[in-house]
Design a protein around this ligand. Structure first.
Ligand SMILES: [Zn+2]
Length: 158
């Protein structure tokens, strides 16, 4: 896992996490990068994969975020969103700002992902049509109630 800080001139500090969330991932570095700010944006768009050790480490990281601190996760990859919705403690003190939704084209068997703001989503999904490169409309490639289960939890805790 690589952790590096963006150079946002204004607004909350942006910290990027890239690579693999696994037993080698350095959460100590992540903790020290985000320490001291009231609000931090964590960009997860370049995470590649996560194993069970990574899940455990993430849960303890998320749990330990102080109550007076806001950590907003942006560009959450599909595998990460599945964990958020499957494991109730996964979000901890974080919240989802934006996430990728997976789409599938029946006509040509292609898949794609598109980025959405969590605030604009609800179940059942009401999305503008996503068009495949082949010209056919694409279908959402997960079960809405499962994939977006975290939305309910997130709005309940706000
Ligand atoms: Zn297609």
């Amino acid at each position: 896992m690589r952790v590096f800080r963006g150079d946002a001139a204004e607004g909350p500090k942006v910290v990027y996490i890239a690579g693999n969330l696994d037993e080698k991932a350095s959460f100590a570095q992540l903790r020290s990068e985000i320490a001291g700010d009231a609000e931090v944006v964590l960009d997860l768009g370049n995470l590649e994969r996560m194993n069970s050790a990574g899940v455990r480490n993430w849960i303890s990281f998320a749990r330990d975020i102080p109550n007076d601190m806001r950590v907003v996760l942006v560009r959450c990859p599909v595998f990460f969103v599945r964990q958020i919705s499957m494991v109730s403690r996964f979000l901890g003190g974080t919240e989802v700002g934006s996430l990728y939704l997976p789409f599938y084209c029946e006509a040509c068997d292609d898949t794609d992902e598109a980025l959405y703001d969590a605030a604009g989503l609800s179940v059942p999904l009401d999305l503008r049509e996503v068009t495949c490169a082949c010209g056919e409309p694409m279908a959402f490639d997960e079960i809405e109630e499962n994939y977006l289960r975290f939305l309910k939890r997130q709005s309940a805790s706000e």
